[in-house]
Design a protein around this ligand. Structure first.
Ligand code: ZN
Length: 435
């Protein structure tokens, strides 16, 4: 390995994962604090509030997902909520859904969304109501409520720091007859029945949970198009087999239809109240979305793709490479001993914990040899070139590696021809393991 090439590639990667290197100093389930007294959370790590009632999985995408009503624990220290207006029915399988969404997004983007889960059953805490109705004056329930929102606030600060703007998805489940997703942008059903021209007026933009996006989106799209035009979330979900309202296919709920227009969390954490994080409440129907682990996984995969399309269309993020190391392939030419720059390979997530994924260059098929080396050059993990690789993606289990910085060396298989000297390719880069 030529040392200057190694350093050059490391420098190219350094900017994108300097944060990951820094996080090595903050490993652990306890959040650290910065000079301003704010908590620092490591992407990929899970943090719990008091008594583990609230869970926060820190991410590194500009996407924040919460599940307020998917909890299933009912500790006896908390009284059962019993106010006359209290709803105590949980949103079945929405906790499982947001975890699946996290996994799908990581597979697609190579990075993780921020996920906040209220693990308490709704009969103990309603994390989508103001504190009085949510916790009914119980101090432990109030503490859990505060921790739920503080974790979302931390996620929002992290997104703003890294990307300047982002998107919040508050995931719920409804029991209405019509099997469609109900997207709540804080606009009532009668408002959604207004013509586009009306919805594009300042008054209705001011009510909207995507208020910031209206004036700042890449396409210059007006409010109504963002709600139900080409490229709107509802339209994109509908195109993937998940009918949604509002959307191009279904612009507004009809008179008499049941419909949820967005709750406390959407109002509090979206750009409706200012800021640069837009948001929506997604009320999921049950059939085909939450009724089996397979349905949940398929829906989660679809939401991930839709979010990728939506963010690419309307936000100026450089995705999906935000968290992946890009390495440059080199063709080794033995005749004059030079390296020629060529195609790219992605390695993600960074930092990695249990596994490291490789997206190989398109012309690398069949097999390759992967070596993970420690700083002294010792081979710590190896995938041999005789083990075939299906397709362009390969996953290497990294749970046996201690936390640290490693060199990665990937070599294409030796071709079975006399052209070996000019056809074998090698990639080198650095990566971080953080447990
Ligand atoms: Zn709900």
């Amino acid at each position: 390995m030529r040392f200057n090439t190694f350093i050059e590639q490391f420098s190219c990667s350094l900017h994108s994962f300097a944060g990951a290197l820094l996080t090595l100093f903050f490993i652990g389930a306890m959040a650290s604090t910065n000079a301003h007294g704010q908590s620092i959370f490591t992407p990929g790590q899970t943090y719990f509030g008091t008594n583990s009632y609230i869970e926060y999985i820190a991410g590194n995408l500009p996407i924040i997902i919460s599940a307020a009503h998917g909890g299933d624990i009912s500790p006896s220290e908390l009284p059962t909520r019993n106010c006359s207006t209290c709803v105590t029915v949980a949103d079945a399988a929405t906790q499982e859904l947001v975890r699946a969404m996290g996994a799908s997004m990581q597979r697609l983007f190579g990075c993780s969304p921020h996920i906040i889960i209220n693990r308490l059953h709704r009969r103990k805490l309603d994390a989508n109501r103001e504190i009085v109705e949510a916790a009914q004056g119980n101090p432990q329930a109030e503490r859990a409520w505060n921790e739920f929102h503080q974790f979302i606030d931390s996620a929002k600060r992290a997104v703003e720091r890294s990307f300047g703007r982002g998107f919040y998805l508050d995931m719920h489940g409804h029991g209405h007859d019509i099997q469609r997703l109900e997207l709540g942008y804080l606009l009532r059903e009668d408002e959604l029945r207004l013509p586009d021209d009306s919805l594009n007026r300042t008054k209705y933009i001011g009510f909207s949970s995507i208020r910031n996006l209206v004036g700042t989106n890449k396409q210059g799209a007006p409010h109504a198009r963002l709600l139900r035009g080409d490229g709107a979330l509802g339209t994109l979900l509908g195109q993937r087999g998940y009918p949604a309202v509002p959307s191009k296919q279904d612009p507004a709920p009809k008179e008499g239809d049941d419909y949820f227009d967005g709750g406390y969390n959407t109002a509090r954490h979206s750009s409706y109240r200012g800021g640069t994080i837009d948001g929506v409440q997604i009320e999921c129907n049950f059939i085909g979305v939450r009724d089996s682990p397979t349905a949940i996984r398929r829906f989660a995969d679809s939401v991930a793709v839709v979010m990728q399309q939506f963010l690419r269309l309307y936000y100026a993020f450089l995705l999906p490479n935000a968290c992946a190391i890009t390495s440059v392939a080199q063709t080794r030419d033995h005749r004059d001993n030079t390296d020629t720059k060529g195609v790219e390979m992605l390695i993600f997530p960074q930092p990695a914990t249990q596994e490291l994924r490789f997206r190989l260059p398109l012309d690398w098929t069949g097999c390759c040899e992967i070596n993970i080396l420690d700083v002294l050059g010792n081979v710590m993990l190896r995938h041999g070139e005789n083990d075939p690789i299906a397709g362009q993606e390969y996953t290497l289990a990294t749970d046996v590696l201690p936390s640290g910085v490693y060199a990665v060396r990937v070599q294409s298989c030796a071709p079975q021809t006399s052209m070996r000297a000019t056809s074998q390719k090698m990639l080198r880069t650095m990566m971080v393991i953080s447990h």
